[in-house]
Design a binder for this molecule. Structure first.
Ligand code: URP
Ligand code: ZN
Ligand code: ZN
Length: 492
């Protein structure tokens, strides 16, 4: 038998289906052996890592991370690809899908090239969702090349200036994605309703951070989710509803799935731990918790867990957003007296994701360790076509986390190892912590020390995959995505 580069010995391997005592043999960055016991001699000159007493989990896959993103006002998120990678490894995540954002009225190509350049500093493996903000013929004509280059998912915003698309534009994106075999991720909130409520609140003098939640209550998210699902059904295009904040939104997804639609739902740790009351902390402090959709009331946490347990929400991502609390480009970019409308949305959570979900989920008996693995690694990898990621299996990339299920840790911003000056989870006690992170067979984090070289992360090109394939069911048999130019010609 050939020698291994690395052997992980004596741990408890967790997959979505099983929990088993097994050693893991790694060669060439991939898992090549899984056995009850692998002789240490097979490690040859390679390394043996002792995982006694630890869980051996697939590296986390975070399918929703805003890293070094350029905003329309010219600011860039403080988090960079290198610092985000350190944060990812510190928290047990080895791959992330980040965003390349189109500026409305501008071609995608050059912007995407700039993102690709910035991402070359990454240490984690990464891909991109392409944010599409307009649907001109020129933009739509760019999409085939984009997909051919391995970017097989688009994000659309149904709200936010200047990102949102209207229903007609959304349908155009759905049809384009269907023709190309790409997944569509949707930010579901009603743009007109939020604009209306925001104006009314500010005119009434209600402008503090806590009114962010008042401007976009659950009904605004539920309506947009219902509409997004209906439009996706109309053209038969698979979608994932991003960052579901409350059960009444998840119910829309449950109904869609019961009808057999290819609709998935994602939630995030903030909707399991934070509340709207956090935005009511004194002074500007509430800005630390502002994201969209906003955290709801405490009762919602249990309702979201029910939706997770029932499989309606089957991905938990971070929606990591690299805005610092201080400085000129973060939360305070418009001053500490700015009305909520002018405070950037989004909170950091890349490193905190696995510890919070494990602690709130597994340690508190709400989910099994197998469900945990599915939610934070296997399901996001499958949904976005990352075939080699999110699994402890022969042939998969050797992305592995050694996890101490008993370790108790108090979260601090320093522990997150990010470039941001706060964590919204400061002081939170968690049970369960990553003690080592292995990326493609290389130990990249050990007891909090990051060991990877900047630039060692790889771009993950994504090919065709089943989840992004339409069902083949359209009303009246008429397929608005049918393109005669793409149809096979008559047989010779
Ligand atoms: O508030 C949030 N979630 N900011 C990040 C952008 C988005 O909507 O995903
Ligand atoms: Zn969003
Ligand atoms: Zn986001």
């Amino acid at each position: 038998m050939e020698e291994f580069d690395l052997v992980v010995r004596g741990g408890t391997v967790v997959t979505p289906a099983d929990t088993m005592r097994a050693d893991v043999g790694v060669r060439g960055g991939r898992i090549v052996a899984l056995a009850a016991s692998l002789p240490a001699s097979l490690a040859g000159s390679g390394r043996v890592v002792d995982a006694g007493g630890l869980l051996v989990l697939p590296g986390g896959v975070d399918s929703h991370c805003h890293i070094e993103q350029l905003e329309a006002n010219g600011t860039v998120h403080e988090e960079r690809f290198a610092t985000a990678s350190a944060s990812a490894f510190a928290g047990g995540t080895t791959s992330a899908i980040c965003f390349a954002s189109q500026f409305r009225g501008h071609p995608i190509g050059p912007t995407l090239d700039a993102y690709r350049l910035r991402a070359r500093a990454a240490m984690m493996d990464y891909s991109f969702h392409q944010i599409i903000t307009d649907t001109t013929p020129e933009t739509l004509a760019e999409l085939p090349r984009l997909v051919a280059s391995g970017i097989r998912s688009f994000k659309v915003f149904l709200t936010y200036d200047p990102l949102h698309v209207d229903d007609a534009q959304f349908l155009q994106v759905l049809v384009a994605a269907k023709r190309l075999g790409a997944m569509v991720a949707v930010h579901c909130e009603n743009y007109a309703a939020i604009t209306f409520m925001t104006r009314a609140l500010i005119e009434a003098g209600l402008a503090a951070p806590k009114y962010h939640a008042w401007s976009r209550p659950p009904v605004v998210e539920r309506e947009a989710t219902h509409r997004a699902i209906a439009l996706a059904e109309l053209v038969d295009q698979p979608i994932q509803v991003f960052h579901v904040s409350c059960a009444e939104v998840a119910e829309e997804i449950a109904r869609a799935r019961a009808r057999g639609l290819k609709v998935w739902g994602e939630t995030c740790p903030q909707y399991l731990t934070l509340t709207a009351a956090d935005m009511d902390r004194p002074g500007f402090e509430g800005a630390k918790f502002m994201c969209s959709p906003p955290p709801r009331d405490e009762g919602e946490h249990a309702r979201i867990w029910t939706m997770i347990q029932g499989g309606v929400l089957d991905v938990i991502s971070s929606d990591h957003c690299g805005y610092s609390f201080g400085g000129n480009t973060g939360k305070a970019q418009n001053g500490r007296e700015a009305p909520f409308r002018d405070i950037p949305n989004g909170i950091p959570g890349l490193a905190a994701r696995l510890p919070i979900v494990f602690s709130e989920g597994v340690a508190k008996g709400r989910i099994s360790e197998n469900q945990f693995v599915s939610l934070v690694a296997t399901n996001p990898a499958r949904l976005y076509g990352l075939a080699a990621k999110g699994r402890i299996a022969i042939g998969a990339d050797a992305d592995i986390v050694l996890w101490d299920p008993k370790r108790q840790v108090r979260l601090t911003s320093a522990l997150m190892q990010h470039a941001i000056d706060y964590t919204p989870y400061e002081g939170m006690e968690v049970t369960g912590w990553p003690v080592a992170t292995i990326r493609r067979g290389e130990v990249v984090m050990e007891n909090g020390t990051i060991r990877a070289a900047p630039g060692s992360g790889r771009f993950l090109a994504r090919g065709p995959y089943p989840e992004a394939t339409p069902r083949g069911v359209v009303a009246n048999g008429f397929d608005p995505a049918f393109d005669p130019a793409l149809a096979p010609g008559p047989a010779a």
